[in-house]
Write a protein that binds this ligand. Structure first.
Ligand SMILES: Cc1cc2nc3c(=O)[nH]c(=O)nc-3n(C[C@H](O)[C@H](O)[C@H](O)COP(=O)(O)OP(=O)(O)OC[C@H]3O[C@@H](n4cnc5c(N)ncnc54)[C@H](O)[C@@H]3O)c2cc1C
Length: 374
């Protein structure tokens, strides 16, 4: 295949959702992925939470696409039997000081589009989940969890059914503007390579999204497209699960701009705690065993039955952030870069959390940009 209508770079949950929505009989779409299968990076290392849109600045892409994605996700999971559960979520205040911060959080959540969110007292929180301890909480009834692998399989099946071609173990190395589109150069594991011409390129390359923007000739520092790696570490609860909540339980967000270490129940009845976030120089997934005490201390105030001996190191994942240590948080970038001299280069940069939740809404938004570009 030397020339196609659309090249999508990256087969994570976002690239697959875009592929599912871009697929049409009368156009050729090629999905390129550097690993030998889909979902080998961030998309298979998340908390798998369907977020309600509580924390993001109202009006931001994160807030609007999360709120829309929450509804679309639940609907498509129901219609296509994708394993998921509407667990609900509590953001728990364990002191009166923390309780005093809940009204601000409620206001942000309501303005961000979260549905049915309200403040409840400690008694009502315990009636919802007897294994939680708090003086008050924010209750988010639309939060839940999803089997992210099954979700990706679903998007991929829709894409393939719609005629999308996929190529694995190929890394995009060059991206040159040509009359009427782009020439995409890829390298195969053998060291050999090939080039594909295309009218439209969609950059869904996650941790690689800054590099791919640079390949297209953009100044990624001026555009704030440089990607910083933020590693999130998890511990697994191996015992005492009967006395832990089945809901998602989060602390009132700490001052470090994270959502704090929370419960991550899974659909198989297991539970992780996390993530604990640290900046990382590169992509590596080691988990520091010595963090166990910190996890225990962080969760014990709202999980009274948790024992230190019940938790063990588990996995880690890496978020693609558009800001580094000490910098203010930045929104998702989802745009056609026509105004930078790159028409038809549809760029998705910094798709960190809530990218999984937002994925159906991102796919829809990008499909609109693709229509305009073709
Ligand atoms: C610890 C953690 C917890 C999270 N929890 C949640 C949560 O609970 N809920 C939620 O909504 N979101 C969550 N997220 C965020 C969510 O996981 C991401 O937003 C989402 O997975 C991003 O998907 P993606 O497709 O953009 O990236 P990826 O899954 O990383 O996919 C990008 C793909 O592009 C490929 N690629 C990169 N460069 C190239 C290249 N040059 N050539 C070819 N292929 C390339 C990569 O190999 C990769 O497969 C979490 C993330 C982390 C790290």
């Amino acid at each position: 295949m030397d020339r196609v209508d659309i090249v999508i770079i990256g087969a994570g949950v976002v690239g697959l959702s875009v592929a599912a929505q871009a697929a049409r009989e009368d156009r050729s779409v090629l999905l390129l992925e550097r690993h030998d299968s889909f979902g080998r990076e961030t998309s298979s290392r998340s908390s798998e939470v369907i977020h309600a849109s509580i924390y993001y600045p109202p009006g931001s892409l994160k807030a609007t696409l999360c709120a829309e994605g929450n509804e679309l996700m639940v609907d498509l999971c129901r219609r296509h039997s994708i394993p998921h559960k509407n667990t609900g979520k509590l953001v728990v205040a364990v002191t009166e000081e923390e309780a005093a911060r809940l009204p601000d959080l409620l206001k942000t959540a309501q303005e961000s589009g979260a549905k049915g969110v309200r403040i409840i007292d400690g008694g009502e929180a315990r009636r919802l989940d007897p294994n939680v301890s708090c003086v008050a909480a924010l209750h988010c009834p639309t939060s839940g969890i999803v089997d992210s692998h099954a979700l990706m399989q679903y998007y991929r099946a829709v894409a393939l059914e719609g005629g999308v071609a996929e190529a694995y173990s190929v890394e995009v190395r060059t991206l040159d503007r040509r009359r009427g589109g782009y020439l995409v150069g890829v390298r195969e594991p053998t060291g050999e390579g090939f080039e594909v011409g295309t009218r439209v390129v969609v950059n869904c390359s996650g941790l690689g999204s800054g590099e791919v923007s640079a390949m297209a000739g953009m100044d990624i520092d001026e555009a704030h497209y440089r990607i910083f790696f933020r590693k999130g570490v998890y511990f697994r609860v191996t015992r005492g699960l009967d006395h832990l909540p089945s809901m998602l339980v989060y602390p009132v967000p700490p001052a470090d701009a994270t959502v704090g270490i929370h419960t991550c129940p899974d659909l198989a009845g297991g539970m992780r705690l996390g993530p604990y976030d640290v900046w990382s120089d590169g992509v590596e997934y080691s988990v520091d065993e010595s963090l166990g005490d910190h996890f225990y201390e962080a969760c014990k105030p709202f999980l009274p039955s948790l024992q230190r001996s019940h938790i063990q190191p588990d996995t880690a994942g890496i978020q693609a952030k558009r800001f580094g240590p000490g910098e203010p948080s930045r929104d998702f970038v989802i745009r056609d870069e026509a105004d930078r001299g790159l028409p038809g280069f549809i760029n998705l940069v910094g798709i960190e959390s809530p990218g999984l939740t937002a994925s159906p809404a991102i796919g829809k938004m990008v499909a609109g940009l693709v229509e305009e570009a073709l």
